[in-house]
Design a protein. Structure first.
Lengths: 320, 154, 494
């Protein structure tokens, strides 16, 4: 038995030495791993896989998407942070990277990453049932003021981006509402369609289907500009409430990747991003693409982290 | 036999007490009166209650069913302990040795433990399993397995 | 119902290239379903990138084929190696595994296939003809009804407790306590995480499931591997006539239960299978034999979880709301194709809707054929020497635990639950109640708390809605009947 195992072991070791040594070749010479901190089949995963598929062509190497999930995104983000900085691991970072630290749930922040590019920013919207008496934000807020604690707003989870969005709105307008967290945006939207909630504060893309089929209507979008899908819906700012907010996704590297390799990756992913196939995908998925390069994304992250922490503290979601 | 019901009852009772004490430190929700601590408290009280009944049954010698204890003299028990140790060792070395190598060895070791002597079998079965799993997961489903220090070789 | 359109869709689906996609999907689904740790959800998610840029009909047909195949595939490993390949097959272990051990693996496998086919087809037919009314009822489910449904599901614990109800209840409470690990669903406070970020969302379900069932079985196999004779296996593609006759009523009943539970968003095949099992045992003339290898048990669970697929498509198509975790991923596939399921799909792309109907029915037929060919290979697994099979089960369990989240922590989790499961079983505690508690615990807690938030803390809200009252009464009734049945069993076995 020993002999067999030994021979095999030797073969494997010899093989590894042969392949590792020798060529000091151009980057990338082997497949790239892309870490997704969210489950396969979810919005983030599908976006990353679509982008990876287009980028492979420009990189000349396959990109394998690995879903390292758990801990509300904490596990995956940590995996990206601790990956070997050899350029062969990129990761998708998402809004939660800025909302987990204030809750004291992860011991690292955006500063521990090397941002590569921002991909999209999706604003939340205040959405109610089609047959509800509210036709504008003003109606909604007046009613909520007159009936404190009666209005219920569904979101995608406690401390989630849409919970914070609703809190931000309540904070700015001085209304008191019930926050109803669900396990993801879809069940919240379902509960609204079934008439078990007053409103939801999830993204435009997440309510799009129900709005288009006439079950729900959007009262306002928390963005600086109107939504591309529903250009008739005014923004919060237009209705006199100065709130803008959104979730974002982007690519990042662990700290310490060689700048040359980093540039190669950035160029390839940008080409993938610009490819007509990816653009068509994003349009179908209702994604609000918002490219930023590494430097701009870094600045954005810093500002966003500060904003989020402030709001979470006001909402009592942050650990003091 | 009664002994085992008392022991398992005690273990669950201890788990329940631990859960109960921990739950009391969770923040309470004063508005609704039902916060993060509510459900765990309820559940640990239930667990405690039923564990006590189980202990009571054991003490009164009214347990049901047959249970055999462990005896280190027996071949099976020894093999069981060894297999737990091997499983722990496998999990420990997997991230470093990588899937292919550690899995090859763990299968061979388990087969040996179970009494297989044929060298040919001990070599070929692990090899075939590793290749099959590797092809199925990495190539067919493109799910990455831990690659360890052999990263990039395959 | 537009019959012309329905026939056209069948024509579309029976086109060779589409049929090939269905075949590929079904085969892949059965493989993925049979492997511990790989679920239909994951299979569909992994397949989606391959459908980018493919025609709508082909991609959807392939995904639906995988969905159907995956639901059936889970039963194969449940029967042969006591490892539910997918959570939905966990209830199949209860009767399927004893059958296999008694040398009836062929009978159990062929019944699982037959029941899966019947259930899947009935589910697909219900979806085709009754989508609008069923989805209306599904929308009525608010947090109050979800809570009551969870309580009703938990009442099944009594009937899956085996020899001792007391130990079953303890296992149930233990499982519920485990399910409270992680973020509290309403306030987000992390509970019992012992400082592990990996536990923030609770112990990952798949590794826990694999640990409790597969690894515990592995350890017990290691302990008593001496003197195990090889189990003979008779290959059969179709269940014997007596088996079909005795199970037919259960298959029909379970198909309806499965399709309906599937149609309620947020529930899935696992709940449907356990509820059907409880019902099959309740209505049986010999409930005392359940747990020792009763063929109707296999028929009920497999019909239910496959009917669930059709059911889960109902709210997806007619409301745009996924019925279970697989359809949640399929929703993504629709969107990538530029289609938005929901009432609008019926208005603008009715052809797609009908293609889905046709694909679902064709997928079940293809599944039947692939299964019949496959059984002759699957059944041999049980005759493999345990000395070789056990190490392979160990490796597949570990790989399956890892694959879901790509996380070494989950291997430890699986190992710990393997030991817990092994010890509990050694000391006479049933394991299925833990599993049921893990599935339903979070559903019960989060919806109870949502209800109380809505009612400002008044418990009266739980009896304020008719469906909820019915479910709660059913739960009480089910507990009562199970205890009574158990007394009868105890009296008879004395």
């Amino acid at each position: 038995m020993k002999r067999w195992a030994l021979v095999l072991c030797m073969l494997l070791i010899v093989g590894s030495v042969l392949s590792a040594g020798g060529k000091a070749e151009k980057f990338p010479s082997k497949p790239i791993t892309a870490i997704c901190p969210w489950t396969a089949g979810g919005g983030t995963d599908v976006l990353l896989r679509a982008l990876a598929k287009e980028t492979e062509k420009f990189l000349g190497q396959p990109i394998t998407v690995v879903n390292t999930t758990g801990g509300g995104g904490a596990v995956g983000h940590n995996a990206i942070r601790q990956a070997k900085p050899d350029g062969y691991t990129v990761g998708m970072i998402t809004f939660e990277l800025n909302s987990l630290p204030p809750q004291g749930l992860i011991p690292f922040t955006y500063k521990d990453f090397d941002p590569l590019m921002r991909l999209n920013v999706d604003p939340p919207a205040l959405t109610v049932r089609k047959d509800s008496p509210f036709n504008s934000l003003k109606d909604f807020i007046e009613y909520a003021k007159a009936h404190p604690g009666e209005v219920s707003i569904g979101n995608s989870g406690p401390g989630s981006v849409w919970h914070i969005a609703a809190g931000l709105m309540a904070e700015k307008t001085g209304i008191s509402v019930k926050y109803m967290p669900f396990d993801g945006a879809a069940p919240a939207v379902t509960a609204l369609v079934g008439g078990h909630l007053t409103a939801v504060s999830v993204s435009v893309a997440e309510v799009r289907g129900q709005v288009q089929s006439g079950n729900l209507k959007i009262l306002g979008v928390m963005d600086t500009k109107r939504s591309g899908i529903f250009p008739d819906v005014p923004t919060f700012q237009e209705q006199g409430i100065d709130v803008t907010f959104g979730t974002w996704r982007g690519l990042a590297l662990p700290k310490g990747v060689d700048p040359e390799k980093r540039q190669i990756l950035a160029d390839a992913f940008k080409k993938g991003f610009d490819s007509p196939e990816f653009q068509a995908f994003a349009k179908n998925a209702g994604l609000n693409l918002a490219y930023q390069d590494s430097a701009a994304f870094g600045e954005f992250l810093a500002k966003n982290a500060a904003d989020v922490e402030l709001v979470m503290q006001k909402l009592g979601l942050a650990k003091k | 036999m009664y002994r085992y019901d008392i022991i398992s009852g005690l273990v669950f009772a201890l788990i329940a007490i631990y859960a109960l004490i921990t739950a009391s430190s969770f923040p309470q929700d004063h508005v609704m009166g039902i916060g993060p601590n509510y459900f765990p408290t309820l559940l640990s009280i239930g667990l405690l209650l039923f564990s006590l009944i189980l202990i009571g049954r054991g003490v009164l010698k009214r347990s049901k069913g047959k249970i055999e204890g462990f005896s280190l003299k027996e071949e099976g028990t020894k093999r069981l302990f060894l297999s737990v140790i091997v499983a722990i060792a496998y999990t420990l070395v997997l991230p470093f040795l990588g899937f292919t190598l550690s899995t090859f060895f763990v299968i061979a070791v388990y087969m040996k433990l179970l009494g297989i002597r044929s060298v040919r079998l001990l070599g070929s079965v692990p090899l075939l399993v590793v290749i099959a799993v590797y092809l199925l997961f990495e190539k067919f489903l493109s799910i990455a397995l831990p690659s360890g220090f052999l990263k990039g070789l395959f | 119902m537009d019959w012309n359109l329905l026939f056209t869709s069948f024509e579309n689906i029976l086109h060779p290239s589409v049929l090939l996609s269905v075949l590929a999907g079904v085969t892949m689904g059965i493989t993925i379903g049979a492997l511990p740790g790989l679920t239909a959800t994951m299979g569909v998610a992994l397949l989606i990138p391959f459908t980018f840029g493919k025609p709508v009909t082909e991609s959807l047909a392939m995904l639906l084929g995988l969905y159907c195949g995956g639901m059936y595939g889970g039963s194969i490993s449940a029967i042969l190696i006591r490892t539910p390949g997918t959570p939905a097959a966990a209830a199949t272990v209860l009767e399927g595994y004893p059958l296999g051990q008694q040398g009836h693996a062929g009978r159990a496998l062929s019944m699982a296939l037959f029941a899966s086919f019947c259930g899947g087809t009935i589910g697909a037919l219900l979806m085709t003809f009754l989508s609008p009314p069923i989805s209306k009822v599904a929308l009525e489910f608010s947090y109050v009804e979800y809570f009551s449904l969870a309580v009703f599901g938990l009442s099944v614990i009594i009937s899956i407790s085996g020899t001792s109800i007391l130990k079953g209840v303890i296992a149930g409470f233990f499982g519920l306590l485990i399910s409270s690990i992680g973020f509290d669903p309403i306030s987000g406070y992390p509970r019992y995480t012992f400082g592990f970020v990996e536990l923030l969302e609770g112990p990952a379900f798949i590794p826990t499931l694999i640990g409790l069932f597969a690894l515990s079985e592995f350890f017990s196999g290691m302990e008593k591997s001496n003197g195990i004779e090889r189990i003979k296996a008779v290959v059969r593609a179709f269940p014997p006539k007596e088996d079909i006759l005795v199970s037919l009523k259960n298959i029909l009943k379970s198909s309806f239960i499965g399709a309906f539970i599937g149609a309620i968003p947020g529930t899935g095949g696992d709940i449907a299978a356990f509820v059907s099992y409880g019902e099959a045992k309740r209505s049986s003339k010999y409930p005392e034999r359940f747990g020792t290898g009763v063929i109707e048990g296999v028929a009920a669970t497999e019909a239910a979880n496959n009917a669930c697929s059709g059911g889960a498509m109902i709210p997806l198509l007619s409301l745009g709301v996924p019925g279970d975790s697989v359809t949640a991923v399929i929703l993504g596939a629709f969107i990538i194709q530029g289609l938005q399921p929901g009432p609008l799909l019926y208005k603008e792309h009715i052809d797609v809707v009908y293609n889905v109907f046709a694909s679902m029915i064709v997928a079940n037929i293809v599944m039947l054929f692939v299964g019949i060919i496959g059984i002759r290979f699957f059944v041999r697994v049980i005759s493999i020497d345990k000395k070789i099979l056990l190490p392979v089960i160990f490796v597949l369990s570990m790989v399956g635990s890892y694959a879901m989240r790509g996380n070494v922590f989950d291997l430890w989790l699986s190992l710990i639950f393997g030991l817990i499961g092994f010890l509990m079983q050694r000391y006479g505690f049933p394991l299925s109640p833990i599993l049921l508690a893990l599935i339903l615990g979070p559903m019960a807690e989060s919806n109870l708390r949502r209800s109380l938030v809505m009612s400002n803390g008044s418990w009266k809200i739980l009896v304020s809605r008719p469906i909820s009252v019915i479910l709660l009464c059913a739960a009480v009734l089910s507990i009562g009947i199970s205890i009574w049945n158990h007394k009868r069993v105890a009296a008879r076995t004395k």
